[in-house]
Every structure is written in structure tokens, then in C-alpha cells.
Design a protein around this ligand. Sequence first.
Ligand SMILES: Cc1cc2nc3c(=O)[nH]c(=O)nc-3n(C[C@H](O)[C@H](O)[C@H](O)COP(=O)(O)O)c2cc1C
Length: 402
Amino acid sequence: MNWKFVTLGHSAARYVELNRFFSVAEARLRARKRLPRMMFDFVDGASGDESLSHLNSTALDAIRLMPRVLRDVADRDLSTEIMGLQMGLPFGIAPMGMCALSWPNADRHMARAAASRRVPLCVSTAASAPLETIIEDAEGYAWFQLYADQSGDFVDELIGRAEASDYKVLILTVDVPIPSVRTRDLRNGFTFPLRWGPRQIWDFASHPHWSLASLVHAIGAGMPRPMNYATSSQGTKFVRNASRGRATWDFLKTLRDRWPAKLVVKGVQCPEDAVRINALGADAIYVSNHGGRQLNSAPTSIESLAQIRQAVGNAMPLIFDGGIRSGEHVIKALASGADFAMVGRSALFGLGAGGAGGLSDILDLISTEASAVMGLAGHQKIAEISADNLASAHHDARSQRN
Ligand SMILES: Cc1cc2nc3c(=O)[nH]c(=O)nc-3n(C[C@H](O)[C@H](O)[C@H](O)COP(=O)(O)O)c2cc1C
């Protein structure tokens, strides 16, 4: 027997074993090891003392689902529909700008992962690949996310480009009128373009896995940068901390008149705002607090979801994100009034932990768990999930009877 070969095989098996993860929490830890601190903190960080970012998930954890028994749930189907569009799963991928900092080519990996699962990838205005390329990779499973950015002409150009590339859904993000204060980014000296100093060089050198992968990619394709800006005919430059304050009620009205397909407004938490957005003719409201990256003292996203559902009634489609770290969280969001969910950092932790394969593993883990939880809650289909699945609904019914 060739012992060298056996030892090599053993080491390879051990490497694969060490690199496997079975939850988003494990993928996050792996990503924390592999990514330069500056990059990990950019993804993982939030505003203020970051309490909201944690509360988003713990509020989801606190929700209890009622198990239902004696039902045949052997065959389950996770496909669903939102705004008349058929989806393979009840969740997609939230818009995340500059996400190629978590792993080279992140946007295109996410686009392919979205296409193969028939779910939307929301393409950020600050994506690291041009919106035209991403919708092609995503085989149409891409929604464009618009920031009403520094220049009106640039915004106009982006809307035109999205329409010309056949985007069927436009998401206007409204919760970044001004930049928030993100302590970790300040501490790490995170700027865009990157400023190179001894601290940054040491950070990169001590995380060779990420740095080498990024270097190889950069040699072929250049440093990651917000490509919708780089390909703009206006020559508009990306300014990370620019105001996105052009998004006003008047802007929304004009956009509704101009955009012919589905229009979603993202970053809504106040029930009164939601009612007004509904009245202005949006096709869906995307309940989100930007993963705790904007107003740290805002309510948790799941709290706002229930309030907004109550305010707008059942007809208005609601999309939800904020703190989703498992399939269980997806089902809880649906039971709390969402029609569709989006995962944010979970996808980037998968990429950071294992590149395209890691992303795929995370999306599969969340799907498998969502399917199991749906079955244990007594359902075969996503459309059957309702507030009746919340354990609290049963307590309330019992106390009303007594
Ligand atoms: C690295 C990063 C970049 C983001 N960039 C954008 C963006 O460009 N546009 C946007 O609407 N939301 C952006 N978001 C917010 C996400 O769309 C989403 O609301 C949030 O990540 C959900 O919370 P979660 O990460 O806890 O799941 C970003 C979030 C992260 C983590």
C-alpha cells in the first residue's frame, strides 16, 4: 500500500470534513475565518451598537409554530407565487451591493444559483457585475433594485437599462435617505475604493484563501467595483456614503407612472407609510430594516411585518427580510404575514465559507429545513401556511373561548 497516498487521502478527507457546515451559523464562523476582517465586518456589521441586527433573528427565534398531527405530509412542494410570478422556493436573495467583497464573482454565482432554483436574485444598484449580465446569468430570475442616487440622470439611465434588459420587477429601496454610522467599518478603515495601509495589507496577507482567489479573479477581470456605475454612459461615480434622498413620495409617484412592470418598495416599516405606498399603486411592499444596517433603534423586521399586514389587509403582497438564518425562519415569516422572503447575509456567509459551492449548500440547507418545518406544521404546500400556524394564534383562540 502507498502510505503517502493514504495520508494524502486522509488529509483531503479531513479538509473536506472541516470545511463542511450544517447551518448558517456554522457557515458564518467559517466565513469569519476565511475573509479578511474588513470584508467580513462589512458583511456582518450593522449600524449603531448592532443590537437590531441581532434582534431581527432572535425575534424570529422567539416565534413558536404549532405542530399539527395525523396529516399526510409525505409529499411537499416548496414552489409558490408572488405578484403573479411563479417561484421554485418561498425565498430569494436580497439585494446586496459590493457583495463581491465576500467572494470574487459573487453576483454571478448568486445569479446562477437563483436560475437553477427558479427564485429571484435582487440585483443591487451597487452590484459588482452590470445588471445586463446578471439577468442573463439568472435566466430572467433577477429583479433590479434601484437607489434614487446622487444624479437624477443616472437614475433615469438605470431605469431605462433595467427596462431594456427585460427586468420584470423593479425594487425601489427607500430606507437609505442618508448613510448610517457603522462602527466596524469605521474601525477597520473600510472605504471604497480601498485605502491601502499596513493594517489592510496585514489583514489581506493573513487570509490567503480569500486574497489569492480575489487576486486571481482581479488579474482576469479587474478589482471588484460597482459595475452599473462603471458602465454608465453618464460617467457617474459610485460614492459609498452618498445620499439616496431623491426617493421622495413625488419620486415614487413619477416612478409608478414611468415603470411599466411590477414595482416593489423596499425598506418599509411604518404601517401608515405602507398604506400610502399601497394607495400609490405599488405591486408589493418589501418589509425590511436593511438587516439593522440603517436605523438601529427601529422595530425588528418581523414586528413590522405583522403590523403592516394588519394595516394593508390580505390582498397586498408582502416581501420580508431581516435576520433569516434558517428554513424555520422562512416559514415563520410566511406564517406572520409574508408572501415571500429574502435571505441577505446568509447567502454571503455561504459564499465566504465556500464560494459558489458554499452558497449552493446554504440555499439547499434553508430549503430542506423549510420543507421539513412546513411538513411538521401540517402542510404540503406553501399557500397553506397562515397565521393559524403560529402557536400564539391557538393560545388566543383558547383564551377567547374561556
Ligand atoms: C453587504 C450588504 C449589502 C447590502 N446592500 C444593499 C443594497 O445595495 N440595496 C438594498 O436595498 N439593500 C442592501 N442590503 C440590505 C439587504 O438587502 C437586506 O435587507 C438585509 O441584508 C436583510 O437582513 P439579513 O442580512 O439579516 O438577512 C445590504 C445588506 C448587506 C449585508
